[in-house]
Design a protein around this ligand. Structure first.
Ligand code: CA
Length: 229
């Protein structure tokens, strides 16, 4: 069931919106304050936000900005003044839709449905586009930039992640430290091939069951490293 957060200080309007949405099968939470509403939106797992413009606490502009910094969920902004909505539109606030009060509740429900469907499609595409490298127990999600060993997430730094991914994408090929340094660090980087050694050590500590007996990244003495398959 999709969860909707209504941030609206006019109780009668909030209740009307809630009733219509609930009748249509949505789970609805109402908040009457901008500051609290934005915090709720960020903490909760809502699928869509209906956001009034003029609110106590912070206004809808600021609430929208805060939510957008962290979340891509659809935001429908509502205001009694069409001019204000035009202004928001012009500012490119990141809201997905704008409605002028008073609007018919069925119009609101229709728009909520449309935005949720669009968002689901978008997320579905993202999921299938996720590039994943999977070798034995190691799983690297390139899109989300996350790495897992036997289902357990391993937190890698940016360069550790890039280095591990590069090696895993070229299994069984031996790379010299110079090659790896050139590949992962740009020319302007401060550092030398010792940086590669340090990063390999860190990666092993994080992803290898026994970093003394590496199963993934093998040292080829005098040459460099390779990802074993
Ligand atoms: Ca208001």
């Amino acid at each position: 069931m999709s969860k909707i957060l209504i941030i609206e200080d006019e109780q009668a309007i909030a209740e009307l919106e809630r009733d219509y949405l609930e009748v249509n099968g949505y789970e609805v939470t109402v908040c009457n304050d901008g500051e609290e509403g934005a915090a709720l939106a960020l903490e909760g797992d809502y699928n869509l936000i209906i956001l009034d413009l003029m609110l106590p606490g912070i206004d809808g502009y600021e609430a929208c900005r805060r939510i957008r910094e962290q979340k891509e969920i659809p935001i429908i902004m509502v205001s009694a003044k069409k001019e204000d909505l035009d202004k928001i539109y012009g500012l490119g606030m990141g809201a997905d839709d704008y409605m002028t009060k008073p609007f018919s509740p069925s119009e609101l429900v229709a728009r909520v449905k449309a935005h949720l469907a669009r968002y689901d499609r978008l997320m579905g595409q993202k999921k299938t586009n996720n590039e994943v490298v999977e070798i034995r127990g190691l799983r690297i999600d390139k899109t989300a930039r996350r790495a897992f060993v036997d289902g357990e997430e391993k937190i890698l730094t940016t360069k550790e992640f890039d280095l591990l991914t590069f090696l895993a994408q070229h299994p069984n090929r031996v790379f010299s430290k110079e090659e790896l340094f050139r590949e992962i660090w740009d020319m302007e980087s401060v550092g030398d091939i010792a940086t590669v050694t340090v990063h390999i050590k860190k990666i092993r500590e994080k992803v290898e069951p026994d970093s003394q007996k590496p199963q993934f990244i093998e040292t080829i003495w005098g040459v460099g490293y390779r990802f074993k398959v």
